[in-house]
Design a protein around this ligand. Structure first.
Ligand SMILES: Cc1ncc(C[n+]2csc(CCOP(=O)(O)OP(=O)(O)O)c2C)c(N)n1
Ligand SMILES: [Mg+2]
Length: 388
C-alpha cells in the first residue's frame, strides 16, 4: 500500500487513532444520537472495518478454458506492473497532474475485457488505466500519455484521467461522476440502430450510484433494451467517504437494479473468473437483443483515492484484510491448483516485466509536445472548418 505519498490537501489527512474508541454505529445513526462528538463522526478510520467475504475456492470449478484463464492472469500482471510503474514515475515527478490507480482492482478489468469482442465498446471513469490497457491499448503510448509526451496515446493532451483509444473501441475515461453512463448508452443505441450485435460496457464507481445520471442511464437502457452492461466497481469508498455511510441500501448498485426491472448481480470483484462468467452472461444477453445488465463487483483499492492520498481514513484491519484478498496471488494459487506449473506463471510475470521496462523507455524517450500541436485534434474532424 502506498502510505508514503504526500497529503493532497483534500481533507484526507491521516489521524492518530490510538486514543479514541471505534464508532460502533454507521454515521447516519450516530449523527442523530444526542451527545455524539461531531468531530469524531468523520474520522472514518475509527469505525468498524468493512471486511471481505471469504475466498470462494469452488470457483476453481467454473467452466472456463485454461487459455482464457492464462490470458486473464497475464492481463492482471500487466495491469499490476504497469500501475506500479506509473506510481514510480509519479514519485519521480514525471507524471503530469494527479492520477488514480486501480491497484487491487485488476480482476474486474481483466475479467470483463476477456468477455468482450474487439468491436465492443468500453467507457471508464478517471480510474481508467486498467480498462484502457485491458482493451488492448499499447503499453508504451499509455505510459507516455501519463507523462504528457508527444508519443502518448493522445499525443500528451489527455493525460491519466482522459485515456482513450478509439482504435480499440475504448471510448474514453470521464471525470464527471456518472455522466459517461448516459454517453455509453449512445454507442449502445448506435449499435442497436445499425443492427450490429456490439455491446457497450460502462464502468463506474460506487460513488456514481447516488447520482441522477446513473438512474437516468439505467432507465433509458432498460426501457429501450439497449445492449449496455453497467459494471459498478464497488471499492467501498468514494474519494474519502465510505459509500455505506451515505447510501440507503447495502449494495449500492445491485440493490437498485430491481427499480429498472433488472436482475441483482453481485460478484467477487477480486476473482477474475467470477467476474468473467458474469460478464460473459451479460454480453450474451445484450448481443441477443435482450437488453442491459447491471453488475456490482465488490473490490478494494490498495492505495488511496488518487496518488496523493495516503488513504488513512480506512481502518488498518480493513486494509490488511483486503490486502490478503489481493486478486493476483489468489489467482496464481488457483492456477497452481488447476495444474499449471509455477515456472509457466513466473515466465509470464517476467515477460510482462520486460514489456513494462520497454514501455517505460518508450515513454521517457518521448518529446514534450510543442505549441504546434495546440490546435490539432481539438475537434473530431481535425479542425474548426465545420463551423463555417
Ligand atoms: C459530478 C461529480 N461530483 C463530484 C466529483 C468529485 N469526485 C471525484 S472522484 C469522486 C469519488 C467517486 O467515487 P467512486 O464513484 O466510488 O469511484 P472510485 O474513485 O472509488 O473509483 C468524487 C466525488 C466529480 N468528479 N463529479
Ligand atoms: Mg469507489
Amino acid at each position: 500500500m502506498s502510505t508514503d505519498a504526500v497529503a493532497d490537501g483534500h481533507g484526507a489527512a491521516g489521524s492518530d487513532t490510538s486514543a479514541a474508541p471505534p464508532i460502533a454505529a454507521p454515521m447516519r445513526t450516530a449523527m442523530g444520537a444526542a451527545g455524539t462528538d461531531p468531530s469524531q463522526l468523520y474520522d472514518y478510520g475509527r469505525r468498524p472495518p468493512r471486511l471481505p467475504d471469504p475466498v470462494n475456492v469452488a470457483n476453481d470449478d467454473l467452466d472456463i478454458a485454461l487459455d482464457d484463464r492464462l490470458a486473464m492472469y497475464k492481463m492482471q500482471q500487466i495491469l499490476r506492473q504497469m500501475e506500479r510503474r506509473a506510481y514510480d514515475l509519479f514519485l519521480q515527478n514525471l507524471v503530469k497532474g494527479t492520477s488514480h490507480l486501480s491497484l487491487g482492482m485488476e480482476a474486474v478489468s481483466a475479467g470483463v475485457a476477456r468477455a468482450q469482442r474487439p468491436d465492443d465498446y468500453t467507457f471508464a471513469t478517471y480510474r481508467g488505466h486498467a480498462h484502457t490497457m485491458a482493451r488492448g491499448a499499447p503499453l508504451g503510448p499509455v505510459l507516455a500519455e501519463l507523462l504528457g509526451r508527444e508519443n502518448g496515446i493522445l499525443k500528451g493532451k489527455g493525460g491519466s484521467m482522459h485515456l482513450a483509444s478509439v482504435e480499440h473501441n475504448m471510448m474514453g475515461s470521464y471525470a464527471i461522476i456518472g455522466a459517461h453512463l448516459c454517453i455509453a448508452n449512445g454507442t449502445a443505441w448506435s449499435a442497436q440502430m445499425r443492427g450490429t450485435d456490439q455491446v457497450t460496457v460502462a464502468f463506474f464507481g460506487d460513488g456514481a450510484t447516488n447520482i441522477g445520471a446513473f438512474h437516468e442511464a439505467l432507465n433509458m437502457a432498460a426501457t429501450w433494451k439497449l445492449p449496455t452492461i453497467f459494471v459498478c466497481e464497488n471499492n467501498l469508498y468514494m474519494e474519502y467517504t465510505p459509500i455505506d455511510l451515505v447510501s440507503a441500501v447495502p449494495n449500492p448498485a445491485a440493490d437498485r437494479a430491481g427499480a429498472y426491472g433488472l436482475q441483482s448481480i453481485i460478484v467477487d470483484g477480486n476473482d477474475a473468473d467470477e467476474v468473467y462468467v458474469a460478464a460473459a452472461a451479460a454480453v450474451s444477453k445484450a448481443r441477443a437483443g435482450e437488453g442491459p445488465s447491471l453488475i456490482e463487483a465488490k473490490t478494494y483499492r490498495h492505495g488511496g483515492h488518487s496518488r496523493a492520498d495516503p488513504g488513512k481514513y480506512r481502518p488498518d484491519e480493513e486494509v490488511e484484510a483486503w490486502l490478503q484478498r489481493d486478486p493476483i496471488p489468489l489467482y496464481h494459487q488457483r492456477l497452481l491448483r488447476l495444474g499449471v506449473d509455477e515456472s509457466t506463471l513466473l515466465s509470464i510475470q517476467q515477460d510482462v516485466a520486460a514489456r513494462v521496462d520497454e514501455a517505460t523507455e518508450f515513454a521517457r524517450s518521448g518529446a514534450e509536445p510543442g505549441p504546434q500541436h495546440l490546435m490539432s485534434d481539438v475537434w473530431a474532424d481535425g479542425g474548426s472548418a465545420w463551423r463555417n
